[in-house]
Design a protein around this ligand. Structure first.
Ligand SMILES: *Cc1c(COP(=O)(O)O)cnc(C)c1O
Length: 393
């Protein structure tokens, strides 16, 4: 079995580039140049230097002693929450802004759900002095207010998406529309392993630094590069792709993808794509998505804006379809409870998205001797108002 993208941009039967004619030249340019640019010494030097001294990499791999005792396993946390701007998203935006500069682009657009990708994009635009426009669903603007203020302070223009469920999917539609209208000077920094080829592969490569570090950090701390299990939450799937990347062909390492069940998989208010999804095309890629029988997208729902998406990346669709990855879905209530558990046991307030991955421990089948790495994709500052509501209830 192979889990890397093929020459046509497919992972098995998922992926590809199903795009309007108007985007053809942009996607062709990216497709023909991304690998060559990423391999240039000058690009690598600049990226490695920024990841180290600006982002703060390598992020620690932390043995969570009290959490391990609680679950009777050996749990390590990959601390992506300690990155500059508070999540893994910056790994990708650093890479893409350097790519955009080499493609001669002066205007950057992005979509955002929780606002983490918007903040990470606005940050690298400030760093490089480029114009930045971020599309964000109206509902998300309301529930992630601190991140909206951060983007504005960083100099980005935040444009509300007012159609559909007014969340991530709708923001993505608006960003694609913008790109169609501004094909020459604009680069679209997609925030996850979604969208037309080459985005899923490109974003996975930029996030793969997570598992690259995990390998030597585990070797140092446990004597083996390989854990038994790697768990990560999946919205589009970029933090999970990064955490899995260098383990994809290590069949003995179990990969667990944790999705948002919202109010429950059968409630009609959910974002558990691997359970509820069927094969179809969304945002330029053939993948699993939540749709009606006649192909209308079903509005997703999750308490966490970063997981509130009706599709998953084509890599994850392939991993789940082939059985390489296991999927677990977690409700809002379970994620909230797990956020407080981690906070009280380890003194770490996680992002609501990441809290889903911790909640999955209750459903995971494991042995007490197993080494489990949970990717702590982001910190919880942006979710404080949700956590305050929970404390007051
Ligand atoms: C955006 C985000 C996610 C979901 O996106 P993926 O592409 O699935 O990683 C998860 N956690 C945090 C903290 C995020 O900001």
């Amino acid at each position: 079995m192979h889990y890397s993208v093929d020459g046509r941009g497919f992972y098995g039967e998922f992926g590809g580039a199903f795009i309007p004619e108007m985007l053809h030249s942009n996607i062709e340019e990216l497709k023909s140049r991304y690998l060559e640019i990423m391999e240039e010494k000058d690009f690598q030097d600049e990226m490695q230097q920024l990841l180290k001294n600006y982002v703060g990499r390598p992020t620690p791999l932390y043995y969570a002693k009290r959490l391990s005792l609680h679950f009777n396993a050996h749990i390590y946390l990959k601390r992506e929450d300690l990155n500059h701007t508070g999540a893994h998203k910056i790994n990708n935006t650093i890479g893409q802004i350097l790519l955009a500069k080499r493609l001669g682009k002066s205007r950057i657009i992005a979509e955002t759900g929780a606002g983490q990708h918007g903040v990470a994009t606005a940050t690298v635009c400030a760093l490089m002095g480029l114009e930045c426009i971020v599309y964000m669903g109206e509902i998300d603007i309301a529930r992630q207010a601190p991140n909206v203020s951060r983007m504005k302070m960083l100099g980005a223009k935040v444009v509300p998406a007012t159609s559909g469920s007014k969340t991530l999917k709708d923001a993505t539609n608006e960003a694609i529309r913008d790109w169609i209208n501004n094909p020459n000077d604009t680069h679209y920094i997609i925030g996850s392993v979604v969208g037309p080829h080459p985005y899923p592969d490109m974003v996975a490569r930029f996030q793969s630094v997570i598992s690259e570090e995990m390998k030597w950090q585990l070797k140092e701390q446990t004597g083996s590069e390989n854990p038994d299990i790697i768990m990560a939450c999946v919205g589009g799937g970029s933090n999970a792709a990064g955490a899995y990347y260098h383990y994809l062909d290590e069949d003995q390492v179990r990969l667990v993808a944790v999705e948002a069940a919202g109010l429950g998989v059968d409630s009609g208010e959910s974002a558990a794509t691997s359970v509820l999804g069927t094969k179809g095309i969304i945002h330029g890629s053939r993948t699993l998505l939540m749709q009606t029988e006649d192909g209308q997208i079903i509005e997703p729902y999750s308490i966490s804006a970063g997981l509130d998406y009706p599709g998953i990346g084509p890599l994850h669709a392939h991993l789940i379809d082939t059985g390489r990855a296991e999927a677990i879905s977690i409700t809002d209530a379970e994620a909230l409870e797990a956020a407080f558990l981690l906070t009280r046991l380890e003194g770490i307030i996680p992002a609501l998205e990441s809290a889903h991955a911790f909640a999955a421990m209750s459903y995971l089948k494991y042995r007490p001797e197993d080494v489990i790495v949970i990717n702590l994709s982001g910190r919880g500052d942006k979710d404080l108002s949700t956590y305050i509501k929970k404390m007051e209830s």
